[in-house]
Design a binder for this molecule. Structure first.
Ligand SMILES: Nc1ncnc2c1ncn2[C@@H]1O[C@H](COP(=O)(O)OP(=O)(O)OP(=O)(O)O)[C@@H](O)[C@H]1O
Ligand SMILES: [Mg+2]
Length: 304
């Protein structure tokens, strides 16, 4: 089980002088091993940053990440290198995860070697290929000679061949066409159920999340504004931002929620959506509203 407590990330960067940017603010959630947990929200809301912190590609600024009660937040050096195979992330552009100069089969086997599964490599590879429905002949090609859908399936196979304790899939199908999307999503769902590991699915596509996820969290400007069982959140959204996001998805004549990523960060201390919310009240501009509730959590005064 994955438990995330009060996770925050401040990036320090700048062209002329260093500036702090609070990309993720005080995010907490937990995901059971038989669950797919969705992170949705507009571009720049901090979804990928959370994913990268969970697989320890970047260091959290504060907060705590535990997997099966093991605190991985401050793992470093040798300990982290040894643990890394347990944390697998699948990216939007699958080719970026494979070395372009190495044949696909070599990359797949490299993963198995890392997991110490050397004796039965041929057998395991055959099983893997079968599980992701890939022809053996493809293993002899370079990444640029393989289609996007095939390569994403191979990357997923490689991630799961390492028997990870956590899988993060960041927009895994947004570079694929519709027919292949469904195939790859089904594969992730089937393999996640079979391996019984916590899975985080990051997507801005509500339809994808609705089909894939047991629970979802809606993100806005680095915070979770609503969290709950997928059906509850989608059919009974409580936060005005979630309501607008869902309306924009299912009723195409209503314009999508616009605005620059990060907008609203420094305008006031309160809710990030106050500037666009039709229900806004003076207190919404004062303090950040806490995420509250039991199963269906909402960060909005309307819901409390
Ligand atoms: N290395 C970095 N240095 C500085 N700022 C960064 C860095 N990486 C991301 N950011 C900023 O942090 C914010 C969150 O980025 P992130 O990639 O997590 O968003 P996202 O929700 O995944 O967006 P998208 O849906 O477009 O992928 C953005 O404003 C982004 O510009
Ligand atoms: Mg992203």
């Amino acid at each position: 089980m994955l438990v995330v407590e009060n996770l925050s990330k401040i990036y320090t960067s700048g062209f002329f002088r260093p500036q702090d940017f609070h990309a993720v603010k005080d995010v907490s959630f937990s995901v059971h091993k038989d669950e797919i947990f969705g992170l949705v929200g507009e571009s720049g809301s901090g979804k990928t940053t959370i994913g990268k912190m969970l697989v320890r590609l970047i260091d959290p600024t504060s907060g705590k990440i535990t997997i099966d009660k093991k605190d991985i937040t401050n793992m470093r050096g040798k300990e982290l290198r040894e643990y890394w195979t347990n944390l697998q992330m699948v990216f939007q552009d699958p080719r970026s995860s494979l070395n372009p100069r190495i044949k696909v089969g070599e990359s797949l086997i490299e993963g198995l070697k890392l997991s110490g599964n050397i004796d039965s490599i041929d057998e395991v590879t055959q099983d893997l290929l079968k599980s992701v429905n890939i022809r053996e002949e493809i293993l002899n090609r370079y990444p640029h000679e393989v289609s996007g859908g095939e390569i994403q399936r191979i990357v997923i196979a490689r991630a799961l061949s390492l028997n990870p304790k956590l899988l993060v899939a960041d927009e895994p199908t947004s570079n694929l066409d519709m027919s292949v999307q469904a195939q790859v999503l089904r594969l992730i769902k089937d393999l996640q159920r079979k391996h019984s590991i916590p899975c985080i699915l990051i997507s801005h596509d509500i339809e994808v999340v609705k089909w894939m996820c047991d629970r979802i969290a809606v993100m806005l400007n680095g915070r979770i504004v609503e969290e709950g069982i997928t059906n509850d959140v989608i059919h009974n959204p409580q936060h005005p931002y979630t309501q607008d996001l869902i309306k924009a998805t299912f009723l195409s004549d209503i314009p999508t929620v616009d605005g620059e990523p990060g907008e609203g960060h420094s305008l006031h201390n309160g809710c990030s959506y106050a500037g666009k919310c039709i229900f806004v009240k003076p207190e919404c501009l004062e303090n950040e509203i806490q995420l509250r509730g039991d199963h269906h959590k909402v960060a909005c005064i309307l819901a409390h």
